[in-house]
Design a protein. Structure first.
Length: 337
């Protein structure tokens, strides 16, 4: 009798690591963006409005207007290797694989679009992995990101007969390895600038404010990262002021404040001339950092009177970030030995 597709022929005792990020369109055109947004914004973890009320708004309004606008934004940051988020996440998986060597098989997946989580989990199983670490690359826990990735894992679990042993990487917003990586990487980038910033803005993706009152730890996680990174900078760069903001507001509800664009304008107006902005909540540069911060953020700040603006890169595939990911991964794998 044929074996079912998810049934590995030989079990080898191998360990798999699946890096997971949010997902991105396959191409910077309205059709691909629409497909992506439809999947993303239909996730009940992302838009917590009953489907009966939300789906008509999504299908009737948002999916008819936003894809064209967003596709234009994606086109401005698209690379030869595709969407920056996709290219960088693939690079992180390759870099982690070479750091871990025989200790694990590393793959990557996206919560939305491709490579799909279920296919990548099946691939690890087919390669003989009896233990799999699923690592959502979100330092700060939120229902919309971390929990949603775990929902997709749960769906995969429910649909398979034979399962590996599983672990998931916890949020790492206050992990000394993450704080040290951010401080080292951002310090190096700041030292390489041709100006001395007065202000380092730490901009995190926003969330509806309501989620904070419902008990989502996201806001507190972001604030704690800022405090810990700020303590390091107070030692190394005592004249650098550090502020926290939230970007990428979506929809009509109140989102976490202060908003990044509002603060950039207010700082420019009150006479701040030189700003560096970083986005510690994003493991990889993406639309939200390369277009919203680096292009529109600069325009906002300069129009308000600023003269020097630098958008700093995310940890991406740099040594500081990869050493941190290796340390976090090895710690989880050690729990299995
Ligand atoms: C890093 C953490 C993220 C949180 C928290 C988050 C919450 C969140 N996002 C939306 C709506 C959109 N986000 C979009 C893009 C996007 N979001 C994240 C990360 C977080 N989102 C990333 C990494 C990206 C970039 C994807 C890329 O392709 O580069 C978009 C799509 C782009 C657009 O049309 O503007 C939307 C929409 C909500 C509603 C939400 C919390 C409830
Ligand atoms: Fe988002
Ligand atoms: Fe908080």
């Amino acid at each position: 009798m044929d074996r079912p597709a998810d049934h590995p022929t030989i079990l080898t005792g191998k360990v798999g690591v699946l890096l997971v990020n949010l997902g991105t369109p396959d191409a910077p055109d309205a059709k691909s963006v629409k497909r992506y947004l439809k999947q993303f914004l239909s996730d009940k973890r992302v838009v917590e409005i009953p489907a009966i009320a939300w789906q008509p708004i999504l299908r009737g309004i948002i999916l008819n207007t936003r894809p064209k606008k967003s596709a234009h934004a994606y086109a401005q940051v698209w690379t030869d290797e595709g969407s920056p988020l996709a290219a960088i996440t693939a690079g992180q998986a390759r870099a982690l694989q070479s750091r871990l060597g025989d200790a694990a098989i590393v793959r990557h997946a996206m919560r939305y679009q491709s490579p799909a989580m279920d296919k990548e989990l099946d691939a690890l199983l087919a390669m003989g992995c009896e233990r799999i670490l699923v690592a959502p690359l979100y330092p700060h826990y939120s229902g919309a990101t971390t929990a949603s990735a775990l929902d997709a894992l749960a769906d995969w679990i429910k649909a398979r007969r034979r399962l590996p042993a599983l672990r998931t990487l916890p949020p790492y917003h206050d992990d000394p390895a993450y704080i040290a990586a951010l401080h080292a990487d951002l310090s190096r980038q700041i030292e390489a600038l041709d100006f001395v910033p007065e202000l380092l803005l730490l901009s995190y993706h926003g969330m509806p404010e309501r989620t904070l009152h419902l008990g989502d730890p996201y806001h507190c996680h972001c604030r704690k990262t800022s405090r810990l990174v700020g303590e390091r900078f107070a030692q190394s760069h005592p004249d650098l002021r550090i502020e926290t903001t939230f970007q990428s507001r979506f929809g009509r509800a109140k989102w976490l404040e202060p908003a990044t664009d509002t603060v950039l304008i207010a700082e420019g107006r009150k006479g701040t001339k030189r700003i560096a902005i970083a986005a510690p909540g994003f493991s990889a540069d993406c639309l939200e950092t390369l277009e919203e911060l680096a292009i529109r953020g600069r325009d906002d700040f300069v129009a308000a009177g600023g003269t020097h603006f630098a958008s700093l890169a995310c940890l991406n595939t740099g040594d500081d970030g990869m050493a941190m990911l290796e340390a976090l991964t090895r710690r989880e794998l050690a729990g299995w030995i």
